[in-house]
Write a protein that binds this ligand. Sequence first.
Ligand code: GLN
Length: 471
Amino acid sequence: MSTSIKNIKVSIQQGEQSLTAVVQAFLDKTAKSKTNSFVETFNEEALAAAIKIEAKIKDGSAGKLAGLVIGLKDNICYKNHIVTASSKILENFESLFDATVTQRLIAEDAIILGRLNCDEFAMGSANENSVYGPTHNPHDLERVPGGSSGASAAAVAEGLCHASLGTDTGGSVRQPAAFCGVVGFKPTYGRISRYGIIAYGSSFDQVGIFANNIEDTAIIAEVISGQDEFDATSSNQSVPNYSEALTISRKVKIAYFEDTVNHPSIDPEISQAIKDKIEALKVLGHQVDPVQFDYTDHLVPTYYVLTTAEASSNLARYDGVHYGYRSDDANDTESTYVNSRTEGFGLEVKRRIMTGTFVLSSGYYDAYYGKAQKVRNLITQKTNDILDQYDFILSPTTPETAFKHGEKTDDPIKMYLSDIFTVHANLSGIPAISIPIRNHSNGMPIGLQLSAKKFDESALFAFADSCMKEI
Ligand code: GLN
C-alpha cells in the first residue's frame, strides 16, 4: 500500500483501490496490533467517511487530504469524542468542540481513525506514564516508542494509519519519530493553532506531524497551519504551499554544535552516523561548520524549570469540579480538590506539578523561574545569531536509540536527559524535524534533526526531503 497521499488519491480515483478497503485494512491491523497504540478507533465513522470521500475523489470535489487516514494523539480535541490526555482525571471526558487542527483536517477530507495513547498530559519520554498502559515500539516490543507522542510514532511506523498528529513541547514528536524510524515535525511556535489542545506548557506546546515521508508531512502542515482567531499566539504570517516547493537546488549553510555531536551522553554509533552525514553533505557541496554553543548542558534544566511552572498553572483546572474524575471521598471543597487530584493524577504529573509550584513560589521564583526565563532568552538570542549566518542547525535527534521498558522509570533525571537535543527548538521557538537515517547495530532506528529559522518551514521541508533522498 503506497503511503504518499497524492499517490493514494490517484489510485482511488482510477479505481485501483477503494478507500473503504484501505480504512478496513488499518482497522484490522490495529485490532491485531501488540503495540497498544490506538486506545480507541472510530470504526463506523471512519468507514462511513471513506464511502463519502471516495465518491468525492471520483467526482473531483475532494479536499486536499482526501485519501489520508490519520490518528490523533489523545490530547487533541475531537467533537463528541473522548479525550483524556491518557489521564484518569479525564476518564470518559467528551470534547464539546473540535481543536482547530482537527477541524482543518476534516475540512480537507482526512479520515480520523482513532485516538492514540501518550504519556499523561504529554509528560514523558517513553509513553510509559499512561492510564492505558505503555505503548511498545513496533521494531522491538520490549523497547519504548519514545514519548510523549509515542503511540503517534508507533502507529505510523507499524502501518496502522498513514500519518498522525502529536504534540511537541520538548521533543515529543521528534524523539519518538527517531525511536520508531519515521518523520516527525515540530513547527515554529505560533505556526499551528493550539486551540483545542490539552495544555501542558503553553509557551512551548505545538502540534506536530508524523508521516512516512516529507511530502505527506508538508501537505498536512499546509492544511493545519495558519492564523486562528481562537489562539492569540498563532501567527498571521501566510502559509506557503510547502508540498509544492520541495526542491532546493542551492547549496546551503549548515551549523552543528561540536559538543552536541561529541556529547558524553551520546551513543558512539549515533555520533558516527551523524558525522558520516556531515561528510556526505560536504561532498554534495554544502557548507557544514562546527559552531560554538555554550548552553547544551543548560537546555534540559531550563526546559524543566519553565515547563513544570507552566504545567502547575495549566493543570490547576483539574479540580474534581469542572472536568472529569471526582473522588468518591469528596465531602467538601478541600477534600474534593485534594482527593480528586491525588487519585486522578499519575506520579510523573504530580512530580511536575509540585516542582512547578516550587519554582514559582515566592521565596524561589527569582532563583528558579526568573533565572530560567533569562537563560531561555540567552539561548534564543544565540540561536537566532547562528541562524542569521546559517540556513540550518544539524544534530542527532536523541543521544541513544529506543531503550527498554522500565530502564529509566525509576530515575527521572536520566529520563529527562533523553530530551537534551530536542528541547533546544522549543526553548527558542524554531521549527525542527527528525528524519530516519539508518539503523543502529541493535536494530533500532537513528534520527537526524534539522532545525531552521522561525517560519522557514519551506526550506526545512525541502532540505529534509533532499537529505532523505540523497545522503
Ligand atoms: N519528554 C519531554 C517531557 O517529558 C517532552 C514532552 C513533550 O514534548 N510533550 O516533558
